[in-house]
Ligand binder design. Sequence first.
Ligand SMILES: Cc1ncc(COP(=O)(O)O)c(C=O)c1O
Length: 391
Amino acid sequence: MKVSKKVIGVEYAIRDIVLAAKKVEQKGIRVDYLNIGDPVQFGFQPPDNVKQALIDAVNNGNNFYSTSEGLFELRKAVARKENAKGLSLEPDDILITNGVSEGLDMVISSIVEEGDEVLLPGPYYPPYASYVRLHGGIPVEFAVDLENSAPYIDDIKSKITPKTVAICLISPNNPTGVVFNEKSLRELVDIADQHDLYIICDEIYDQIVFDDKFVGIGKIAGDSAVIILNGFSKVHLMSGWRIGYIALNPSPKLDALREHLPKLARVRIAASLPVQYAALESLRGPQDYIAKFVSEIKKRRDFVVKRLDEMPGLSCPTPKGAFYAFPKITDNRFGTDKEFVMKLLETKGVLVVHGSGFGSQYGSGHFRLVYLPDLGVLESAMNKIQEFVSQ
Ligand SMILES: Cc1ncc(COP(=O)(O)O)c(C=O)c1O
């Protein structure tokens, strides 16, 4: 039986590469998994009050379908959070989703038609391109200055065509850790306004920044067509519970989307109700666990970036946020970045992700490494990478 061409084209390098790691393990080699950006798999856990809220919701009988748009109290708490970042939202501007991933699918399927182009920061988090393609669109990468954490505005302008419908921003970025400052965000919003483009801004790492203060798109959204995607997998350490949201700037430009997007929310019924209670507690309860988490991973970032940058044949800009290093392979005797990554896996048992998995145009020639494991594991992985590049 045939399957669609669209599904054949779907790739997700971060998880696809695990198949290769399993084969290496079958040969008796121990593998350090530095591929998946999930803090909960590396010893960080949601705080007890949040776990208790989930248990209480279950015990209190909240085991039925939620309303499609999500629990009112949670939408209210999310609106408060986003308003503190600069927007002016009401609970009705929020849709609760099963993670950012579902929110992204819903938004892209609502705005992209066959042949439409969507601008993505190069390199980008892979589902952005996958969902654009699945819905018949064409992902178009724009260049970002990874050393200075800024988009190349002229490159973006040169890539806008009559087919462009949206520009996606991911700040802090996966895989590069780039965080856009206020000036860059303002320039991006201006361009989008001039060309009537949607601005889809993924802020899932909004509180995981190390050096400069985070500025959200909300601060400069004005009445532009800004759609925020956010969730609880990273900052709130709830990755396995699958919960996130879409926030629509109350701009008249989003009126049509506001009318039709909730239909998609109804078709997929709802997000998990007990998990919504836990998410509510994670916003309402003490927030000090976030600062502890961020200060812990900052130590890991500093260690990993220094080590990688000192290695022969690698150069590693300092990521400003999230939990990924994205070194450039300046001297690659293996040919492509994918071959480099496979050889590293097969000979040293260190699993990272090839940069081209995050977009061939700007991701090639790099690899992505997650610096969430504890310093002992990271030190051993760094020693192995050092041996590998020094051979
Ligand atoms: C930029 C970005 N957006 C979304 C996600 C996935 O979010 P969720 O777990 O809420 O589906 C990730 C996970 O790595 C990510 O890096």
